[in-house]
Structures are given as structure tokens and as C-alpha cells.
Design a protein around this ligand. Structure first.
Ligand code: PLP
Length: 380
């Protein structure tokens, strides 16, 4: 399908032409582990399902198109996708990552990759001077995540990519929070985009998956080799669920963002709220960069409540519609107390979060219901 079609159209059609055998409008779940060959080595492009699967191929093509990239690779989780990027590294290489990177990414780079001779430094990438100073002659990869989690800091992808490329390092952007609907890192100079498709791309809290997208054929070939060699591939049903989710990504993101900005405005004026973190608020430190590099501010809102840890835990326990759960990006609103849930493993590390902080994944319910729910939880 032509890539001249617009985002919403490609989300529904790209890589998803009607099934050649039957005309099925929806890409079938090719639940098979192997493919019959006509003669040894003569086949229809598929040999074994770790190497390739048509449902997965449809997802990979669609995601590549949405990110304005040439190649997509799907993985069994976001962490498997991030791990795949790390296969581009060798012992002795140095990595730079944001100082409030996703906790699982921190854990992987420090506790797993560290044992294989790859060292990672965590820096405040909102400060480009600090970033420059952190480079060493061995820095090979700059991992960017923006907006960050849970403080929703905004990192300037274009400026970071310029610095990194001048220093001979690759740039990978974890685009899970913004999604390609609001932010296209490859167009801002990134070499690789990484996703946890578990979140907004899947969008319905019913699948775990990941993806890597690039326009660089050499990086793609290396990653593709490792995708098959390592084997952290998603099953066809999981790929189908993500494809189904992606079809409605545009309208979901519009509503996530509309609801999130209403919730952020409500929280900001609430007497029991200490501080609100939402990149769409004009006094957010990253507001100007966000306006430049994103076409929307997303659906995540973090806030600190007055009264410390106990008050935060109480609010998190008292919401009724907004479910207390880890994860994000589904149609249903979720609340998280990062210090005791998603970010508990970071206690005692430089990535530790404040104990009065709450994180909301604002869903697509009616915004007034969400606001009333937060009101009763804050006042309860
Ligand atoms: C959830 C998440 C991941 C990890 O993805 P999984 O699918 O849980 O493995 C990585 N990065 C970000 C920003 C995430 O939110």
C-alpha cells in the first residue's frame, strides 16, 4: 500500500491487504509453526515461524509505516525489543540513558548487560551540556525516552541526535508514551524507535509485545538476524491483537489527550494537589520542546499530593472507576503509586521517585466521570 496515504488510513490498511487465499478483510491469525515447501528450499517466503509469520509480517509492515520507517520487527515484549537494540553493542561499549528511564530498562542495562561488559551511564538529558560531558570514546548508543516515566520530562530528540551522531553514537528512542501518532523520532534524526506495544499500540490491556523500527538497512539486517537467533518473537494471536489495536490508535490518542488535559487542569486547581506534571501545561519545563517535536501531549499525567506517602497511597486506593494497576495506555484509566508499584525496584538508586507521587494513565471514559472519581478520592 502506498505510503502517501495519511496516518489514520495506513493504520487500518498498511500491510493488511485482504488475504490472497480467501479475501478475508482482516489479516488471519496464522497459527502455524511451519510451512510446507514445494521442493527443498522452494517455498512461499516462510520456512519456520520463529523466523517469520504472515500475521507478524503484517504488524511489522504497519508499524514501520506509522513510524515513517522502512523496516519493523516485532518482539514478545517491550523489554525484548529493548534487548534486541542492545545486540548492536559489544563488550567495552558505553551507553547513555536518561536518569528517569523506564525501570525495566534500567534494570536490564545495569543488572544484565553490565555483566557482559557494557557500561551504562544515566544522565539528565534535559541538560544537553551534561549529556555532552557524559560521552566517552566508547559511547556507542544513546537511549532516549520521551516523555519520561513517571515525571513526563521532555527530551529534545533532534538536539540529542545531533550530539550523538557527532560523537559517532546511535540513537534509539523509546516512543511508547507518545506513540507515532504524536511523535515520529525517525523524522527527528533517531536511528531506531522502540515500543512496548503492550501500552497504547495494543491499547486494550490484553497483550504484551514490543517492536523496533528503523530506516537503516544495515541495522535492520543485524536486528533481524538477532530476532531469529535469540527467538523472543511474539505469537500470531498477540500480533493480531496489536494490529487490531493500532487500527483505532488515532482516535484513541485524541481522546486520551483530550481527557488528560482536562484531568491535568482539574488536578492543578485542586487544593490537595501539590504539583502536576503534564507536558501540555504551559509552565511544564518541556512545554516548548514538546510543542515542537510532538503533535499532541499524550495521555499520561503525574501529580504529587499534599500529605506525603500515606495520602498518596490513600488516594490510589480510593478511586473507583480508575483502577489501581501497573501498566498504561489502555482504554481504561489506571492509577499507579510508582514508589510502591512500578518504580519500587528503584528505591535506593538514583532513579528513586518521590513517595507522594501518583501516575495516571488517563483512559477514554467520559472525562467528567474521571474527574468526579478523582475528586472523591482526593477528598475521601
Ligand atoms: C512498559 C514499558 C516498557 C517495557 O515493555 P514490556 O512490554 O512491559 O516489556 C519499556 N518502555 C516503556 C516506556 C514502557 O512503558
Amino acid at each position: 500500500m502506498s505510503s502517501s496515504y495519511r496516518f489514520e488510513t495506513r493504520a487500518i490498511h498498511h500491510g493488511q491487504e485482504p488475504d490472497q487465499a480467501t479475501g478475508a478483510v482482516i489479516v488471519p491469525i496464522y497459527q502455524t509453526s511451519t510451512y510446507a515447501q514445494e521442493a527443498p528450499g522452494i517455498h512461499k517466503g516462510y520456512e519456520y515461524a520463529r523466523t517469520g509469520n504472515p500475521t507478524r509480517a503484517a504488524l511489522e509492515r504497519c508499524l514501520a509505516s506509522l513510524e515513517e520507517g522502512a523496516f519493523g520487527l516485532a518482539f514478545s515484549s517491550g523489554m525484548a525489543a529493548i534487548t534486541a537494540v542492545s545486540y548492536l553493542l559489544s563488550p567495552g561499549d558505553h551507553v547513555l540513558a536518561p536518569n528517569d528511564v523506564y525501570g525495566g530498562t534500567y534494570r536490564y542495562f545495569v543488572r544484565v548487560l553490565g555483566r557482559y561488559g557494557v557500561e551504562t551511564s544515566f544522565v539528565d538529558m534535559t541538560d544537553l551540556d551534561q549529556l555532552e560531558e557524559a560521552f566517552t570514546p566508547s559511547t556507542r548508543l544513546v537511549l532516549v525516552e520521551t516523555p519520561t516515566n513517571p515525571y513526563l520530562k521532555i527530551l529534545d530528540i533532534q538536539a540529542i541526535a545531533e550530539i550523538a551522531h557527532r560523537r559517532g553514537a546511535l540513537v534509539a528512542v523509546d516512543n511508547t508514551f507518545a506513540t507515532p501518532y504524536f511523535q515520529k523520532p525517525l523524522l527527528l534524526g533517531a536511528d531506531l524507535v522502540v515500543h512496548s506495544t503492550t501500552k497504547y499500540l495494543g491499547g486494550h490491556s490484553d497483550v504484551v509485545g514490543g517492536a523496533v523500527i528503523t530506516s537503516n538497512v544495515d541495522l535492520y539486517e543485524t536486528l533481524k538476524f538477532h530476532q531469529n537467533a535469540v527467538g523472543a518473537v511474539p505469537g500470531p494471536f498477540d500480533c493480531w491483537l496489536v494490529l487490531r489495536g493500532v487500527k483505532t490508535l488515532a482516535i484513541r490518542m485524541e481522546r486520551h489527550q483530550a481527557n488528560a488535559s482536562q484531568v491535568a487542569a482539574f488536578l492543578r486547581s485542586h487544593p490537595r494537589v501539590e504539583r502536576v506534571y503534564y507536558p501540555g501545561l504551559p509552565d511544564h519545563p518541556g512545554y516548548e520542546v514538546a510543542r515542537r517535536q510532538m503533535s499532541g501531549f499524550g495521555g499520561m499525567v503525574s501529580f504529587r499530593v499534599k500529605g506525603g506517602k500515606e495520602a498518596a497511597r490513600r488516594v490510589a486506593s480510593q478511586t473507583r472507576i480508575i483502577l489501581l494497576a501497573e501498566s498504561l495506555g489502555g482504554v481504561e484509566s489506571l492509577i499507579d503509586h510508582p514508589a510502591s508499584m512500578t518504580h519500587a525496584s528503584l528505591e535506593g538508586t538514583p532513579l528513586q521517585v518521590e513517595e507522594d507521587l501518583l501516575r495516571l494513565s488517563v483512559g477514554i471514559e467520559h472525562p467528567e466521570d474521571l474527574i468526579e472519581d478523582l475528586e472523591q478520592a482526593l477528598m475521601g
